[in-house]
Design a binder for this molecule. Structure first.
Ligand code: ADP
Ligand code: MG
Length: 381
């Protein structure tokens, strides 16, 4: 699929600009295997870059302007790097925002003509936005000649999304899109940004299961969870819940009110599960990884209370599917996607039976993607 998307952006570039592009870049979307709602608690996450990406075919311009055509929107946008203004809710804000953040960091940017195409579904929780930001950063690297430091680029992409686009995301999405490696997931310490590659267990694949439900009202529920986590950290006298071990939590939990205690228990145990998941993966132990994913879902459902019926049903259907090793919701919750670890040789059949079971139970049509861990943002040619 990605090869054809690469061809498509090259051909469209040729048609629109009358010559071949001088460079092609891509940056992937992502799925988080485990470590949910731990990022803003300074904790650990374990995402992998998927084989779906934002692509940009481009060639440099000398006049400080950027023009970009989006295949997804069938629309062009254009701006001057020296005079950028906000145009709320437009897809080109991700391009401007990234340019703004790079310039704020002191980088001198040259413009370009580009065509972008994306096979990360937009707005489905697989972070097409971070993939687009990191592809744009690579495009500017091509025309402006700075050196690619994944953590620095991830922070600037996050800044673009936080401060220009106005979405309060953590660092995970940009970090994995910038630093992913084929065959691997990435254990990220959200406090220090230290990151380590961990291999996917042999003979397994990751399946993303989109419930076809979208999070409504997520902003308020999300802010409420953040506030509860902050209150719990304050109670334990630490900067963030990442600094509380399971033993420390158990020793004092009875002094907390029930809701705060449940929220904190999720975060504290999820950090531990994420660390254990990385150990299991290094040992090639798919079974333990699957059990940890199952436990993560139960914790998100019962303690953090961020699942919805659709997520709970699709996870149940997945667990009944032949070849399933573990399954959980992924992302912020209240809708969106689940993720399952599945035996490679039965994955195609798994997607068919689970999709049929889910549709029967909910009357909703899910989308299932068999994914392979891919490279992070790169200059393809
Ligand atoms: P998610 O990151 O979960 O896919 P977001 O709402 O954060 O959802 O970001 C989706 C938006 O990002 C799209 O609606 C679109 O504006 C923009 N976007 C992402 N990738 C591209 C791309 N390659 N080309 C144009 N717009 C894109
Ligand atoms: Mg996003």
């Amino acid at each position: 699929m990605s090869t054809s998307l690469q061809q498509l952006v090259i051909e469209t570039f040729q048609q629109r600009f009358g010559s071949a592009p001088s460079a092609v870049v891509r940056a992937p979307g992502r799925v988080n295997l485990i470590g949910e709602h731990t990022d803003y608690n300074d904790g650990f996450v374990l995402p992998m870059a998927i084989d779906r990406a934002s692509w940009i075919a481009l060639r440099p311009r000398k006049d400080g302007r950027v023009t970009i055509f989006s295949q997804s929107h069938n629309e062009s946008a254009e701006f001057d790097l020296a005079k950028m203004t906000k145009n709320p809710h437009h897809w080109s804000e991700y391009v401007k925002g990234t340019a703004w953040a790079l310039q704020e960091a002191g980088l001198k940017l040259n413009g370009w003509d580009g065509v972008t195409g994306c096979d990360v579904p937009l707005g489905a929780g697989l972070s097409s936005s971070a993939s687009f930001e990191m592809a744009v950063a690579r495009a500017f690297e091509v025309t402006s000649g700075f050196t690619w430091d994944p953590a620095k680029m991830a922070l600037l992409g996050q800044k673009a999304e936080n401060k220009w686009v106005g979405v309060n995301c953590g660092i995970m999405d940009q970090m994995i899109s910038a630093a992913g490696k084929k065959g691997h997931a990435l254990l990220i310490d959200c406090r220090s940004l230290a990151h380590q590659l961990v291999p996917l267990p042999p003979k397994t694949v990751v399946v993303i299961l989109d419930t076809a439900t979208r999070r409504g009202l997520v902003g308020s529920a999300y802010n409420e969870r953040r506030a509860q986590c902050e209150a719990a950290a304050k109670f334990f006298g630490v900067k963030a819940l990442r600094d509380v071990s399971v033993a420390q939590f158990n020793a004092k939990a009875s002094q907390l009110d029930e809701t705060t205690s449940k929220r904190a228990r999720h975060v504290v145990t999820e950090d531990e599960r994420t660390a254990q998941a990385a150990v299991a993966m290094r040992a090639g132990d798919a079974k333990t990884l699957g059990k940890l994913m199952d436990a993560s879902h139960e914790s998100l459902k019962n303690d953090f209370e961020v699942t919805n019926d659709a997520l709970n049903v699709i996870v149940e259907c997945a667990r009944h599917g032949k070849g399933c090793i573990g399954a959980r919701m992924t992302g912020a919750g209240f809708g969106g996607c689940a993720v399952a670890l599945v035996e490679e040789n039965v994955a195609e059949n798994f997607t068919k039976t689970v999709a049929a079971d889910y549709e029967k139970a909910t009357k909703l049509k899910p989308s299932l993607y068999v994914c392979h861990p891919s490279n992070g943002a790169e200059i393809v040619r």
